[in-house]
Write a protein that binds this ligand. Structure first.
Ligand code: HSE
Length: 432
């Protein structure tokens, strides 16, 4: 006997860029499959975007059009508001608030809005018995929010790590493979349309930082605390760093790491060296990777496309289907009002560091650097001096484990010697 279908879930989709059009395509193409999986039809009632006339490669005539996302979010014939506009404030946030006020669930791909306002938005939605879900906001098509919220729900999470900005990984791997400078590859990425409208979001580590802040909240049951994250972008990574790190068996990645310590939540997004042979070290081009470590599960590695029409729309659909099925999980895996406030803690666990120096080529220069490191209690693991460049000698040092503060002290002291030809570059080597 056939079970009768429940009434359709009616969507209002705001934003018809790459991702929005991708969602419309999936709803149209997989109508029967979605109905079977959700136990009810999933239909689009109305849409909204900046320009009505634009050809988006997908028929929209069957849907009502709203000129503003807020009007769309307030319609009585919309059950679920799908926010694909983007931007931390402005129309995306106003429309999300309107949807919550009119008693709707929300699915969004907006990491910036949630990283900065997710706590307030989730509390407001949950107070009314509604949910905000955001699988597409983190690592595109990789179901990492689900993996953390559901698959690892029985674990204490030890650490979350990830390469979650495809543009940065493209730039770093392209520099490595083609031997090109940061500036040349940045220009290339710009031509290919890989960069966000404000490229600082990508290369400054902010986009990836937003994503890590959201994962950390689920992983550690804490309020989203983006402001507490230590963030450093890839702008200062030179082709020399990439070459010399490779020479020592490493790759440079914009890596996010979050872990709970007795002092608070340690979360950082910064360039790190990882072994070339590790899964993270082998990650090429714009692909993303997230590594989750649970006390019972051990290490889980998820790899896939972090952006693009299909992958991101796939993630949006997974949230829509959950809600259609009646699976209505809290935004951060537990009620937002119950999340613990946490303070940020500076990374203090000792790690090995890579140190690139340009020394004045004169007797005793290297001895002075070795003495500074020795005075700071830092032991050298490996060292290489490369062929001279005019009057300077490039020197590369890999230290034994030390703390960032000891290293910063040593670098400060190096500036007090007369043997530096340029500011030293220090990059953490992450144990992955
Ligand atoms: N600019 C982002 C990236 C897109 O390169 O990964 C998804 O946030």
């Amino acid at each position: 006997m056939n079970t009768p279908l429940r009434p359709p879930l009616r969507l209002g989709i705001a934003g018809l860029g790459t991702v929005g059009a991708g969602v419309v395509k999936i709803v149209q193409k997989h109508r029967d499959l979605l109905t079977a999986r959700a136990g009810r039809p999933i239909e689009i009632t109305a849409v909204s975007a900046r320009s009505k006339g634009r050809d988006r490669g997908v028929p929209l005539d069957a849907y009502a059009w709203e000129d503003t996302p807020e009007a769309l979010a307030s319609r009585d014939d919309v059950d679920l508001f799908v926010e694909l506009i983007g931007g931390e404030e402005g129309p995306a946030k106003a429309a999300t608030e309107a949807a919550i006020a009119s008693g709707k669930d929300v699915v969004t791909a907006n990491k910036a809005m949630l990283a900065l306002h997710g706590q307030a938005l989730a509390e407001a939605a949950e107070a009314k018995g509604h949910v905000i879900r955001f699988e597409a906001a983190v690592a595109g098509g990789i179901p990492v929010v689900k993996a953390l919220t559901e698959g690892l729900a029985g674990n204490e999470v030890i650490r979350v790590m990830g390469v979650m900005n495809g543009t940065c990984n493209y730039i770093l791997t392209r520099m490595q493979n083609a031997g090109l400078s940061y500036q040349d590859v940045f220009a290339e990425a710009d031509k290919l349309g890989y960069l966000e409208a404000d490229p600082t979001l990508d290369v400054g580590g902010i986009d990836a930082g937003h994503k890590l802040a959201l994962l950390a909240s689920i992983a550690f049951g804490t309020r989203v605390n983006f402001a507490a994250m230590e963030i450093e972008g890839i702008e200062r990574i030179s082709i020399d760093d990439i070459r010399q790190a490779a020479d020592m068996g490493f790759r440079i990645k914009l890596l996010g790491v979050a872990q709970m310590t007795g002092r608070g939540l340690e979360s950082r997004m910064s360039p790190c060296l990882v072994p070339a042979t590790s899964p993270l070290g082998q990650l090429e081009n714009a692909t993303n990777m997230v590594v989750l470590e649970g006390d019972a599960s051990g290490q889980i590695v998820l790899r896939g496309a972090g952006a693009g029409e299909g992958p991101t729309a796939s993630a949006v659909m997974s949230d829509i289907i959950d809600i259609a099925r009646g699976t209505r999980l809290s935004t951060f895996g537990q009620p937002a009002a119950a999340l613990r406030p946490t303070q940020g803690a500076r990374a203090s666990a000792p790690a090995p560091f890579y140190l690139r120096l340009a020394l004045v080529d004169k007797p005793g220069a290297l001895a002075k650097i070795a003495a500074v490191l020795g005075d700071a209690g830092i032991s050298i693991d490996r060292m290489r001096q490369y062929g001279h460049e005019a009057t300077t000698a490039p020197v590369l040092i890999v230290t034994h484990k030390t703390t960032r503060s000891a290293l910063d002290e040593a670098v400060e002291a190096m500036h007090g010697t007369d043997v530096l030809a340029a500011a030293p570059v220090a990059i953490r080597i992450e144990e992955v």
